[in-house]
Design a protein around this ligand. Structure first.
Ligand code: PLP
Length: 424
């Protein structure tokens, strides 16, 4: 029996012993293609020599420095790299150790911003159903994944309410155009602002491209512009969670670049450090920083391991490799190839209802019948079977499914590393 608390207490997963490029080897000698980088994490694959060298150099020089006493070079350089050129007006970065922590920081900074600018009555967040923002209590309360929320419902904050996601495959009526669908979703968000009291809302939070709970679902054209407009109208902030979809994964550095809008606070994590170190963070618009500066002049939220020197050195090296090797262009090219191959091989399969994604972030949705879009019976645990069958054939992918938010649906995500080549 393992003494480690695994995701299941009843079975032990295979023991991973080494990784190189897109491959992971387990103790039984299997070589597996890491086809989803875990949960869209390993953006450079495994064992990248430049990242490892940067981490070693940092460890040799400075392992740790507490941020109440010091800053460190790797954190300063990482912030410069990410927001030195103020993309979308984002001017500051805060680094923590995971996506969940990033969302906690985003929620708290948004609340503090309104306190500092004299709007303490703002206490509500509007999020979306079938979303995931992390497992810590604030992030879990923001998330709309009913299955993950259920056991903890009594201890989740009631500051969060949820509106519909933009999920055209299942929710756009046949008679509706994209514009009609967007107008309906904008009206729903507006109604939620009105129900809560428009000047009591802190922010609307959404994943730019929904990851685990829907499977690589982007908004239809105009969706994010409409959501941004509702937030702007009521003076609320827009928080975009790009923990999965950001840092190049969707074929642009930030997934929001493809939406014609910009966030006030953006959360990033997985592709930031590529799995080489645990690191997440938020990128913050100058307007929010000015608000904090005009008040207490501090962000009242500290972690012992925030801006950790080795984590920041790893992330800096990952970002330099992405830039120097032109990997976002490779994400675009390999993404087009992946889409083409998925469409050719699976596009007419009777059990594939939808193939969707951006960049190197693709999902297939499984149905019993393409015409009726009928999902599988959750009792079949299709996601478990897909995971096992793919694994037995040498592919690790990221299937999710069963009942999500009281609705049925199964999908599997493919999110290969940005270094993948056409033959692989
Ligand atoms: N937000 C999104 C969109 C995610 O996909 C995840 C993790 O899957 C998180 C937040 C939480 O990140 P972490 O698991 O690093 O805490």
């Amino acid at each position: 029996m393992s003494h480690l608390v695994h995701r299941s207490l009843r079975s032990n997963p295979p023991l991973a012993v080494s990784g190189q490029g897109i491959y992971v080897r387990d103790a039984a000698g299997h070589t597996i293609i890491d086809g989803s980088g875990g949960a869209a994490v390993a953006c450079l694959g495994h064992g990248h020599p430049r990242v490892i060298a940067a981490m070693k150099a940092q460890i040799d020089t400075l392992c740790y420095a507490h941020t109440s006493l010091f800053s460190c070079e790797s954190a300063e350089k990482l912030a410069d790299k990410l927001v030195g050129h103020a993309p979308g007006g984002l001017t500051h970065a805060y680094f923590c150790s995971s996506g969940s922590e990033g969302n906690e920081a985003a929620l708290k900074m948004a609340r503090q911003y309104f306190l500092e600018i004299g709007q303490p009555q703002r206490r509500h967040f509007i999020a979306r159903r079938q979303s995931y923002h992390g497992n810590t209590l604030g992030a879990l309360a923001a998330g709309g994944n009913a299955m993950r929320r259920a056991p903890y419902a009594p201890i989740l904050s009631d500051a969060f309410s949820h509106v519909s996601p933009c999920y055209a495959y299942r929710d756009r009526a046949d008679s509706e155009s994209d514009a009609d669908y967007v107008a309906r979703l904008a009206a729903e968000l507006e109604a939620e602002f009105q129900r809560l009291g428009p000047d009591t809302v802190i922010a609307f939070i959404a994943e730019t491209v929904v990851g685990a709970t829907l499977g690589c679902v982007a908004g239809v054209p105009g969706y994010f512009e409409a959501m941004r407009a509702v937030c702007d109208h009521h003076g609320a902030l827009l928080i975009l969670d790009e923990v999965m979809s950001g840092v190049g994964r969707c074929g642009t550095m930030h997934a929001w670049e493809q939406e014609g809008i910009r966030p006030d606070i953006q959360v990033i994590a997985k592709g930031l450090g590529g799995g080489y170190q645990p690191i997440g963070g938020i990128l913050v618009h100058g307007r929010v920083i000015e608000g904090l500066n005009g008040g207490s002049g501090s962000f009242m939220h500290g972690h012992t391991y925030q801006a950790h020197p080795v984590a920041c050195a790893a992330a800096l090296a990952v970002q330099e490799v992405i830039e120097q090797d032109g990997l976002i262009a490779n994400v675009q090219a390999m993404g087009r190839l992946l889409e083409q191959r998925l469409t050719e091989r699976l596009g007419n399969h009777r059990n594939i209802g939808d193939i969707r994604g951006r960049g190197l972030f693709w999902a297939v949705e499984f149905v019993t019948d393409r015409a009726t879009r009928t999902p599988f019976d959750p009792a079949l645990k299709l996601n478990e079977r897909v995971k096992r069958e793919a694994f037995d054939r040498g592919l690790a992918c990221y299937p999710m499914g069963g009942t999500i938010d009281g609705r049925l649906g199964d999908h599997a995500i493919l999110a290969p590393p940005y270094i993948v080549d056409a033959a692989q």
